[in-house]
Design a protein around this ligand. Structure first.
Ligand code: ADP
Ligand code: MG
Length: 275
C-alpha cells in the first residue's frame, strides 16, 4: 500500500466564457463538488451577480449573509465570508445581488483589478483547489477572477458558432498575462452539453482539437437532464443522482484535472491502500 500524495499548494481556476448558457455554473458547481468528494478541500466562489452557483447549492440569494461583495469591498476578510456546504470538503463564498453594482463601485477603488487576489491570499493555502464561477461578460468582476487565478477553464458548446468570441477571450487572457498576472495560463477547454451522435458535434470537435491541441480536455460533458435538475434541489449532481451520466462525467473531469496537475485523488489512493 502507498500513502496518498500530499496535495500541492492551491491552484485557483476561473471558469470563464463571456457567452451565457455554455455551462460555466454547472461546471463550477459539479467540478468543485467532484474534487471535494475525491477528498480535496475545495473552495467555490460565486463571482456572478446572478448567483446561480449559490442558489444551486441550496443557499438563498439575497440574504443579508456576507458575500463575495463584502470581500471585494473590504467589509469582511475571506474567513468571515466562507460557508460550509452539504458536500464534504466543499466550502462556498456566496454571491449576492449587490454584485450588480460592484462593477461600478470597484472602478473607484485602489488596486481594483487585484481585489479578489489580495482578499484570497490569507486562505489560499487551505485549499488545493479554488474555483471561480464568472459572469457572462469580460467585465471588472471577471478581470478580478482572472487576476486571482492560475488557470482558465473555458466551457464551450460544440455548436457551429463555438469559436465566435474565443479570440476576444484569448486576447483578454494575453492582456491579463502581460499587465496583471504573468502566472495565468489556459488550463483547458471543456466541451459541454455534448452529443457525440451528431455530425456537427464531431466536426466542431475536430476544429476545436486543431485550434486548441492538447488544451482541449479529453473529458466532455454529455447533455444530461440530471445536471439541469440538480440545482433546483440545491445539490450538485453527485449528491442528487450519483449514477447519472452527468455525475460520472464531472468525476472523470476532476480526475483528468488532477492528472494534468500531477496530483492524485486522495480517495483513489485510500481505496487502493484498502484493497
Ligand atoms: P452559464 O453559467 O454558462 O450561463 P449554465 O451552467 O447555467 O451556463 O447552463 C445553462 C443551462 O443549461 C442551465 O439551465 C443548465 O442547467 C443547463 N445545462 C448546463 N450543462 C448541461 C448539461 N451538460 N446537460 C443538460 N443541461 C445542462
Ligand atoms: Mg452562470
Amino acid at each position: 500500500a502507498t500513502t496518498p500524495e500530499t496535495p500541492k499548494p492551491s491552484k485557483v481556476i476561473a471558469v470563464v466564457n463571456q457567452k451565457g448558457g455554455v455551462g460555466k455554473t454547472t461546471t463550477a458547481i459539479n467540478l468543485a463538488a467532484s474534487l471535494a468528494l475525491e477528498g480535496l478541500p475545495t473552495l467555490l466562489i460565486d463571482c456572478d451577480p446572478q448567483a446561480n452557483t449559490t442558489g444551486g447549492l441550496g443557499f438563498g440569494r439575497d440574504d443579508a449573509r456576507p458575500s463575495i461583495y463584502d470581500l471585494l469591498m473590504d467589509h469582511h476578510a475571506a474567513d468571515k465570508v466562507i460557508v460550509p456546504t452539504d458536500v464534504d470538503n466543499l466550502s462556498l463564498i456566496p454571491g449576492s445581488k449587490n454584485l450588480i453594482g460592484a462593477n461600478i463601485e470597484l472602478v473607484a477603488q485602489d488596486r481594483r483589478e487585484y481585489r479578489l487576489r489580495d482578499a484570497l491570499a490569507p486562505v489560499r493555502a487551505n485549499y488545493p483547489f479554488i474555483l471561480l464561477d464568472c459572469p457572462p461578460a469580460l467585465d471588472l468582476l471577471t478581470l478580478n477572477a482572472l487576476v486571482a487565478a492560475d488557470g482558465l477553464l473555458v466551457p464551450m458548446q460544440a455548436e457551429y458558432f463555438a469559436l465566435e468570441g474565443i479570440s476576444e477571450l484569448m486576447s483578454t487572457l494575453d492582456r491579463v498575462t502581460q499587465s496583471f498576472n504573468s502566472s495565468l495560463a489556459l488550463e483547458g477547454v471543456l466541451l459541454t452539453m455534448y452529443d457525440d451522435r451528431t455530425n456537427l458535434s464531431q466536426q466542431v470537435t475536430e476544429n476545436l482539437t486543431s485550434f486548441f491541441t492538447d488544451k482541449l480536455l479529453k473529458t466532455s460533458i454529455p447533455r444530461n437532464v440530471r445536471l439541469a435538475e440538480a440545482p433546483s434541489h440545491g445539490k450538485p449532481v453527485a449528491l442528487y443522482d450519483s449514477k447519472s451520466r452527468g455525475a460520472e462525467a464531472y468525476r472523470e473531469l476532476a480526475l483528468e484535472l488532477l492528472a494534468r496537475n500531477n496530483m492524485e485523488s486522495p480517495e483513489v489512493a485510500r481505496r487502493r491502500a484498502a484493497a
